[in-house]
Design a protein around this ligand. Structure first.
Ligand SMILES: Nc1nc2c(ncn2[C@@H]2O[C@H](COP(=O)(O)OP(=O)(O)OP(=O)(O)O)[C@@H](O)[C@H]2O)c(=O)[nH]1
Ligand SMILES: [Mg+2]
Length: 330
């Protein structure tokens, strides 16, 4: 594809051609070498926007109601005239299957809207490459003029953290539960959240909802503050009944305003890029060093010695490092 074709493609994306956008997302999802090369060229020449889109990550355990909330919040936002893109990143879809169908039915009304674009992750496509693919898909949606990009990802430990490294605001969902304040949510994960949602709060007066709000509010207090300094907020929401949607959006806007007023949005994004670079470099270095001739067998020899109790893990690591760098300088 020549430079002119690429320019034309980008022009089509920018003018709101959904097919051109979908095709570009498929390209960045591909792991084929030639596709990667083309995707990098495409991403590199995307025009920058004068007004940044708001990137929101929505995460929480499977079944907590993320897609239902995306639909409800999405309808609410598009009704207000916003243009909204939704990316669902489902690392478990390869196992559970059928998530595309599930999301389509769960977002039935939103998917009919002219100013909404929904892109479910194809089965397994994001496995192993979630961060880069999602980051690039976000950039493409922004180039297509969407003002808000929502990224839904099912929480499986690492993912809550990952989504917070590529969005401006992270919303964490959990269920009110007896005993544990928020079912399915570990305290450590709350660190990455800007907003915490006690979900399926169909009855706001339900004692479990009130207890969860109180406990989480107190817990959030003791966590280290987010870099923007705005306190974490806890909101009760029922996507099914539409309770708390306005409150949730208000709270998200508060965080957005702090990021904009304190000029932190671009600083945050810049740090995210630096973080992505470091991660990527680590992976690449590891891969190329471990892929060197003789390294694999050297490693398995050390592992055998470890199992036989002949060396300590520290010794094994130290000699392995020396071996790799000695063979590296040859
Ligand atoms: N009572 C109640 N049920 C809800 C609410 N929101 C969602 N649900 C139900 O919870 C179930 C799971 O909803 P989803 O939106 O698919 O949940 P999810 O978090 O997207 O699930 P995964 O994508 O599989 O991780 C569905 O049966 C929804 O109808 C709510 O506010 N109240
Ligand atoms: Mg879902």
């Amino acid at each position: 594809m020549n430079a002119q074709d690429l320019d034309e493609w980008i022009g089509n994306i920018a003018s709101g051609d959904r097919q051109a956008l979908s095709k570009a997302i498929t390209l960045v999802e591909s792991r084929r070498g030639t596709d990667r090369e083309l995707a990098s060229r495409l991403i590199r020449i995307l025009p920058s926007r004068s007004k940044p889109a708001l990137r929101i990550g929505l995460t929480g355990p499977p079944g907590v109601g993320k897609s239902t909330l995306v639909e409800a919040l999405g309808v609410f936002l598009t009704d207000q005239g916003n243009r909204l893109a939704v990316l669902t990143v489902d690392p478990s879809s390869a196992i559970s299957g059928g998530s595309i169908l599930g999301d389509k039915t769960r977002m039935a009304e939103l998917s009919r809207r002219e100013n909404a674009f929904i892109r479910p992750s194809p089965t397994g496509a994001y496995l192993g490459g979630t961060a880069r693919q999602t980051r690039e898909a976000i950039l493409l949606c922004e180039a297509a003029g969407y003002d808000i990009v929502l990224v839904e990802t099912a929480g499986t430990g690492q993912n809550e953290y990952l989504v917070s490294t590529m969005t401006d605001i992270t919303v964490l969902l959990g269920l009110p539960g007896s005993g544990d304040a928020l079912q399915g949510i570990k305290r450590g994960i709350m660190e990455w959240a800007d907003v915490i949602v006690v979900h399926k709060a169909d009855d706001p007066n339900d004692p479990r909802v009130r207890e969860a709000l109180r406990d989480l509010g107190a817990a959030a207090h003791f966590l280290e503050t987010r870099p923007h300094g705005h306190p974490r907020r806890v909101v009760a929401v029922s996507a099914l009944l539409g309770n708390g949607l306005e409150e949730l959006w208000k709270v998200i806007c508060e965080v957005r305003d702090v990021l904009l007023e304190k000029n932190l949005l671009y600083a945050l994004r810049a740090e995210q890029l630096v973080g992505a670079y470091r991660e990527r470099l680590k992976e690449d270095l590891l891969e190329s060093l471990l892929g060197r001739k003789g390294v694999a067998s050297y490693l398995s020899d050390r592992e055998r010695e470890l199992r036989e109790g002949k060396i300590s893990p520290e010794e094994a690591a130290e000699t392995t490092r020396a071996f790799i760098f000695a063979s590296n300088s040859k």
